[in-house]
Design a binder for this molecule. Sequence first.
Ligand code: PRP
Ligand code: URA
Length: 209
Amino acid sequence: MSKPFIMDHPLIQHKITLLRDKNTGSKEFRELTNEIAMLMCYEATRDMPMKQVEVETPICVGKFNVIAGRKIAFIPILRAGLGMVDGLLSLVPAAKVGHIGMYRDPDTHMPVEYYCKLPADIQERDILVLDPMLATGGSAVDAINQLKARGCTNIKFMCIIAAPEGLAAMEKAHPDVQIYVGALDDHLNEHMYIVPGLGDAGDRIFGTK
Ligand code: PRP
Ligand code: URA
C-alpha cells in the first residue's frame, strides 16, 4: 500500500485552520474548501503523463511538454465532496464529474447510498474521489467499492481532514488507492466526528445547520 500523502504545505495548513474555526461562515468555508482542493490537486496530479509538442517561440522552434490528455474523472461524494469540485475543475477543466450520493445514518454511522451517476466511460478514466472528511472511512470505502464494481481500477482519494480510524479502514479495504490528506487529526468522538476536526462539513458548506 502507498502511504497516505499528508500535505504539509503552509498554504494548505493555514487555510485548513481557517476552516476549523467555528466562526467561519458558509461563504468563506466554501471558498476555502475550493482553494484547498485546488492546492491539493497540484500533488494529486503529479504523475499525469506528458507528451512533447513542437512550438515556435519568438526565438526558435523547440519541443516542449504538455499534458498527454489521459482521461480523468472527479467523483465527489455528496454532499460535502461537491465543495471541492470547482477548485479542481479550475485546474483541470476537461475532467468529467461523476456523483455518488451517500449520507451517514445518524444512529448507526453507517453510510447509506442514495445516488450514483458516473461518466459512461468511467472504467477508462483516472479517478479522483473527493470528500473533505474521512472519519470512520465507511463512506469512502463504499464509494470506492461501487467504482470497483463498475470496473474502475485507477482510483485515488482526496480528503481535507482524515482520522486515523478512516485511514486504517481505507488501507484494509483498498490498499491500492493512494490517499491525499490535508491534515491528519487525532481521533473520533463518540458521535464519530473527527476531533479536533471542523464539525459537519456538508452543513457548513451548505449552511444547513
Ligand atoms: C460526511 C462526510 C463524509 C462522511 C465521512 O458526510 O462528507 O461523506 O460524513 O464519514 P465516514 O468516514 O464516517 O463515512 P455526511 O454523511 O455528513 O453527509 P453530507 O455530506 O450530505 O453532509
Ligand atoms: N463527517 C463530517 O462532516 N465531519 C466529521 O467530523 C465526521 C464526518
